[in-house]
Ligand binder design. Sequence first.
Ligand code: DCC
Length: 240
Amino acid sequence: MLRSCTAGLRSLWALCGRREGAPRLSTDLPPAPRLFSTEKVIHKDWSLPNPSWSKDFKLLFDQFMKKCEDGSWERLPSYKHRSTQKSEDFKTYFLEPKLVKEERVSQVQLFTRGFEDGLGFEYVIFSNNDEKRTVCLFQGGPYLQGIPGFLHGGAMATMIDTALGSCAAIPGGIVMTANLNINFKRPVPICSVVVINSQLDKLEGRKLFLSCNVRSVDEKTLYSEATGLFIKLDPEKSLT
Ligand SMILES: CCCCCCCCCCCC(=O)SCCNC(=O)CCNC(=O)[C@H](O)C(C)(C)COP(=O)(O)OP(=O)(O)OC[C@H]1O[C@@H](n2cnc3c(N)ncnc32)[C@H](O)[C@@H]1OP(=O)(O)O
C-alpha cells in the first residue's frame, strides 16, 4: 500500500497589524492593499492533480470538475507561499508585527502544503456557496503515519479543520477555529483517499457552527465525524 504512494517587501510585514487609522468594520473587511514581495513568488496551485494522486483520487477530482462547469461548484485553489487577499487582510488587520521574526518571514508557508508531492497532505476542496457546503478530497501520504499503516489522528484533525474552515469562510470574513470535536470511528489507511463532506449548520452573529463526516470513496466506511465552532474575527478586537 505504501508503495502505491510516490513519493512585500519584508518590511511591509512590519507595517501590518492593526495600524493607527485602519478601518474598523465589524462586517466584512475592506480589501487590504496588495503587498509585493522581494521573495520569489511561487504561483503553483497545489490543489491540482500530480503523479502521486491515486486513480480513485483523479476520478473523483474529474467528477467534481464536471460539477464546476455550471458554476454551482468551484474548486478552491491552494498556494504554499503565495498570499491570497484573505491572508493579506488577516495580516493587515489582525497580525501583530512583533510576533513574526523578520528572519523567519521568508520561510513562512502553509502547514498542509509543506511536503513533497505525495508524502503529506494531498487534497483539493470544492465549494458550493449556495448550499454552504464543501467537499474535500484527501489522500494522506506516508509522512502522516501514526499507528503503523494508518494516518495520524492529528493529521486527520488538520484536514478536518481545514475542510470545516473552508466551509466557514463561505459567508465571508476571516474566521478562526474556536472549538473542534472529532469522533474517530475507524482508522484511515495511509495513502487511501477519503472524502470530507462539510456543511454550515448555523450562523449566530459571529459564530459559525459546522459539521462534517469523513468517508471512504465508496461511502461504505465512516472514518470520522466532527463538529466545529468558528468565530468570525472582529477587527475591533486584538488577537493577542
Ligand atoms: C487567513 C486565511 C488563510 C487560509 C488558510 C487555511 C487555514 C485552514 C483553517 C485553519 C483554522 C485554524 O486552525 S485557526 C487556529 C486555531 N484557532 C485559534 O488559534 C483560535 C484561538 N482563539 C481565539 O483567538 C479566540 O478565542 C477567537 C478569535 C476564536 C474568539 O475570540 P473573540 O473574537 O474575542 O470572540 P469571543 O468574544 O471570545 O467569542 C465570541 C462568541 O463565541 C463564543 N465562543 C468563543 N469561543 C468559544 C468556544 N471555544 N466554545 C464555545 N463558544 C465560544 C463566545 O462565548 C461568544 O459567544 P456570544 O457571547 O457572542 O454568544
